[in-house]
Write a protein that binds this ligand. Structure first.
Ligand code: MG
Length: 159
C-alpha cells in the first residue's frame, strides 16, 4: 500500500512557572505543561500520528518516560529521531494537520514559527504542516486553563 494515515493525541496538565513549549516554540506565558520531557504536546501528538501511520507502535514505546535519558528532553529532537526511523522504513510525510486546544494565550502569532520548526525536523516545507488553534470555550480542563490537548493526523507515502 502506497499511502498510510495516522492519528495521534496528547494532553498535558498546565502548571504555574513551567515554560510553555508547543511545536518547538517557547511561548511567553505563566503556565506550561507538566511532563517528563519539555511537555510539547504538539510534537508528542504528531509523533504518535507518524508512528501510527507506519504501525511502529507509539511514543512511549520508543521514548519511555521512566528512562532518565528523556528527562527534560527536547521533543523536537525526538521528532527528528522518529523522522529518521520512518525514512529507514521507507516512509515519507505527505502532510500533517494538527489541532491545538488551549484556552490562553492566543497562538496565532506563533503558528508560522511552529510550522517552520516542525517542517525542519521532518525535512519538509511548512506548507505540509497545518496547525490550527481552538479554545475550550471556558469549560472543561482546556477551557479552565488546566490542560492543553492536541490532536494530529498525518499521511505517509512510500518513498
Ligand atoms: Mg506528552
Amino acid at each position: 500500500m502506497a499511502l498510510r494515515i495516522g492519528l495521534g493525541t496528547d494532553l498535558h496538565r498546565l502548571e504555574e512557572g513551567i515554560p510553555l513549549v508547543l511545536g518547538g516554540v517557547t511561548i511567553p506565558w505563566h503556565k506550561g505543561p507538566a511532563g517528563h520531557s519539555d511537555g510539547d504536546a504538539v510534537v508528542h501528538a504528531l509523533i504518535d500520528a507518524l508512528l501510527g501511520a507506519a504501525a511502529l507502535r507509539d511514543i512511549g514505546f520508543h521514548f519511555p518516560d521512566h528512562d532518565p535519558a528523556y528527562q527534560g528532553a527536547s521533543s523536537i529532537s525526538l521528532l527528528r529521531e522518529v523522522h529518521f526511523l520512518l525514512k529507514s522504513h521507507g516512509w515519507q510525510l505527505v502532510n500533517a494537520d494538527v489541532v491545538i486546544h488551549l484556552q490562553a494565550p492566543k497562538l496565532m502569532p506563533f503558528i508560522s514559527d511552529m510550522q517552520q520548526k516542525l517542517a525542519e525536523a521532518l525535512e519538509t516545507t511548512p506548507e505540509c504542516i497545518s496547525i490550527k488553534a481552538k479554545t475550550g470555550e471556558k469549560i472543561g480542563p482546556v477551557g479552565e486553563e488546566r490542560a492543553v490537548e492536541v490532536c494530529a493526523v498525518c499521511l505517509l507515502e512510500r518513498s
